[in-house]
Design a protein around this ligand. Structure first.
Ligand SMILES: NC(=O)c1ccc[n+]([C@@H]2O[C@H](COP(=O)([O-])OP(=O)(O)OC[C@H]3O[C@@H](n4cnc5c(N)ncnc54)[C@H](O)[C@@H]3O)[C@@H](O)[C@H]2O)c1
Length: 351
């Protein structure tokens, strides 16, 4: 992108496009039309009905091809087409210097994810991956807890079958959200993976559990994570529990709330109990829940998808590194692929 185009972006409204206006893309289109500093110029979709709907709702242009969108002078674009199409679309956009926010997962496999990340590294346009959970106010609150050194993390993401995104398995479709968050929290990909999976409806896995062992932290201690994803559950649940040296954090993304139990805040009670233990007192009459000081997680407000778009536009404006860059998107896909391979080695029958 030319210097004059960059300085126009820095000072003014960014001309935005959305490619793929299905289930996710329609929300991106709405936000591009609402968020300050963005202007929804055009959308692209294979479906004439969906294109017409967007023109009617937002008064934008609508095209059948990515080339037409580029010709319309779009500066930044959200890609929300099926994962198997991401590479072909994103490579065209990056080659034309259009900044991309591409939905998760970055690609259906490691080879395509690497190709996209390499294209992003070669060009000057920004590429952000839509790992939106990082922008969830619950996750923001967890990230704001200081001194968290996770030793053990438990994550559950389960829901009934929606019959959508069945072109990929549950690991790439749902678990990948949590893989990105775990890699972000730990600062590295897992060293060891033990997974098991079950396929019921199609050939790809519908339920998966993985135990991930991360490399040792600065203190030489490893963290393990137990991650479960299912799209065959009878309820919807998105929960995380982090057992850290200094605190226990439990949060519910669906309910948008959580609790924190800090060791430091409970130091006096712990010392008193320790003393009574040492004296051999019978403490079975004590109510643990009354003793321990539990704080509410300070969860803010905001629509994660909007916060993600604002963060992307800020990176476009400043030319800074996006919060979830191509390498982060690649790391999540690589970890997902390792999990599926581990499940297959364990005997899970999948394609
Ligand atoms: N961040 C999240 O929480 C989340 C949730 C669901 C889906 N997703 C991701 O969003 C992406 C889209 O999923 P969806 O559920 O919205 O799919 P969808 O099928 O509902 O919508 C995809 C749209 O893209 C259009 N399309 C398909 N191929 C195209 C092409 N080559 N060019 C132009 N348009 C094309 C289709 O006509 C459709 O309108 C996937 O990568 C998926 O993994 C993310």
């Amino acid at each position: 992108m030319s210097e004059s185009a960059m300085s126009a972006i820095a000072s003014g409204t960014i001309r935005c496009g959305v490619i793929g206006v299905g289930r996710m893309g329609r929300h991106h289109a709405r936000l591009c039309s609402q968020v300050e500093g963005a202007d929804l110029v055009a959308v692209v979709d294979q479906s004439p009905e969906r294109r017409a709907e967007m023109v009617e709702s937002y008064g934008c242009q609508a095209f059948e091809s990515v080339a037409a969108l580029i010709s319309a002078g779009v500066e930044a674009c959200v890609v929300a087409t099926p994962t198997v199409t991401h590479r072909h679309i994103v490579e065209q956009l990056l080659a034309a210097g259009v900044h991309c926010l591409v939905e998760k997962p970055l690609a259906p496999d490691v080879d395509e994810a690497r190709a996209i990340a390499s294209a992003a590294a070669r060009g000057s346009a920004i590429l952000q991956v839509g790992h939106v959970v990082r922008f969830d106010p619950v996750m923001v609150a967890i990230r704001n807890i200081t001194g968290l050194t996770p030793r053990f993390v438990e994550v559950d993401r389960v829901s009934p079958m929606t019959f959508r995104s069945v072109d990929v398995g549950v690991v790439l479709d749902m678990m990948i959200h949590d893989l990105d968050v775990l890699i972000m929290l730990m600062g590295s990909e897992p060293e060891e993976i033990h997974a098991n999976a079950v396929s019921v409806l199609g050939e790809a896995e519908d339920v998966c559990n993985a135990r991930l062992v991360f490399p040792p932290g600065k203190d030489g201690i490893r963290c393990t994570a137990n991650v479960t994803a299912s799209r065959l559950a009878l309820k919807t649940e998105r929960k995380i529990r982090i057992i850290s040296e200094d605190a226990y954090v439990s949060a519910d993304f669906g309910e948008r709330r959580g609790t924190v139990v800090r060791k430091a805040v409970n130091a006096e009670q712990l010392a008193a109990i320790r003393q009574r233990f040492q004296k051999g007192e019978d403490l079975s009459g004590l109510n643990y829940l009354e003793l321990v000081k539990v704080e509410a997680l300070e969860v803010g407000t905001g629509e994660p998808l909007r916060l993600q778009l604002e963060s992307f536009l800020e990176a476009v404006r400043t030319g800074g590194r996006p919060f979830v860059d191509a390498e982060a998107g690649f790391a999540a896909v690589r970890t997902a692929q390792r999990i599926v391979e581990s499940a297959r080695r364990a005997g899970s029958r999948m394609v």
